[in-house]
Design a protein around this ligand. Structure first.
Ligand SMILES: CC(C)(COP(=O)(O)OP(=O)(O)OC[C@H]1O[C@@H](n2cnc3c(N)ncnc32)[C@H](O)[C@@H]1OP(=O)(O)O)[C@@H](O)C(=O)NCCC(=O)NCCS
Length: 264
């Protein structure tokens, strides 16, 4: 038997996904809130469309995970592409288990599933698998893994064509609104257990600079209309989109101040 096996996540092995993604933070109460949000989301997806996470086991131990779902299941995408499966991320944080083929096995498993009639598409053909590769600075960059497995760069995304040709996603545009002036809205996504803790970190950063500012947190899957109104941007302050992350704290603080004080 091969040292690597792949299993879809069900209620039975759901904790293995968290053992991978939150491996060094399992005791952190804030991370646990992100995990519980993700658990609820996965359970909802299992009931609605079937498995949306795969875990790879190396010598019986969970070491890598892959997150995927049909674009048509995304409530904050008003014009989903038919037959498109989104590959959201692949992660193997364990140095001793890297380079053993765990993540390659996950991608191959997803592609094979999409070539048949994937359960998540309820019997419809898969047109292509699309992914926005992002980098956390850890391990091998995701785009390298995707490229080695037949994905090609197509604009902002990487895609693996199956029964159809690649088409770009529908883009939303944020229209400035009076109701966003003088306050902040942070949009988080329950599909990733880091998203909610990160959103709280951004909230604390904002209120650290502007203690009286009202800051709202929006769960993108539970308040999709509001997320669409904000063009799915992660952070809108004073009716301005702010781009940045907590890894570059000083830069993010500067962007927040620019948005609030209107300086450039
Ligand atoms: C990309 C990643 C998923 C690969 O995981 P993995 O289980 O080690 O993957 P595999 O064992 O299937 O190896 C994939 C390729 O990476 C190479 N590789 C893996 N680990 C490596 C290492 N430490 N040094 C050099 N190459 C390495 C393998 O040799 C293989 O290359 P090949 O296709 O040319 O043979 C992992 O490095 C990772 O998690 N990177 C961070 C990605 C990330 O940020 N994810 C989002 C987190 S939220």
């Amino acid at each position: 038997m091969s040292a690597v096996t792949v299993r879809d996540v069900t209620e039975e092995n759901i904790d293995d996904a968290f053992r991978v993604c939150s491996n060094v933070r399992l005791g952190d109460p804030l991370q646990m809130q992100g995990i519980e949000l993700r658990r609820r989301w996965i359970m909802g997806m299992l009931a609605a469309t079937g498995p949306c996470v795969k875990v790879a086991y190396f010598e019986g131990r969970p070491v890598a995970q892959l997150l995927f779902y049909p674009e048509a299941s995304v409530p904050y995408q008003p014009h989903p592409r038919a037959g498109v499966v989104l590959l959201r991320c692949v992660y193997n944080p364990f140095k001793e288990a890297q380079g053993k083929g765990a993540s390659t096995a996950l991608i191959k498993n997803l592609i094979e599933e999409c070539k048949k009639s994937p359960r998540c598409l309820k019997g419809a053909e898969c047109s292509f698998v699309a992914s926005e590769a992002f980098n956390t600075g850890e391990g091998v960059p995701m785009e390298k893994l995707y490229e080695a497995n037949g994905f090609r760069k197509m604009g902002e995304e990487m895609a693996y064509e199956i029964a159809g040709k690649y088409t770009p996603p529908h883009e939303l545009r944020y229209m400035r609104s009076k109701r966003d002036e003088g306050c902040a809205t942070i949009v988080y996504n329950p599909t990733c257990e880091y998203s909610y803790p990160t959103a709280l970190g951004v909230r604390d950063l904002i209120t650290g600079i502007y203690p009286t500012m009202s800051v709202r947190l929006i769960n993108q899957w539970e308040e999709p209309r509001e997320s669409i109104r904000l063009a799915n941007h992660e952070l809108i302050i004073n009716a301005v989109q702010v781009i940045g992350n907590l890894h570059q704290r000083e830069k993010l603080m500067d962007e927040i101040k620019k948005a609030v004080e209107g300086t450039d």
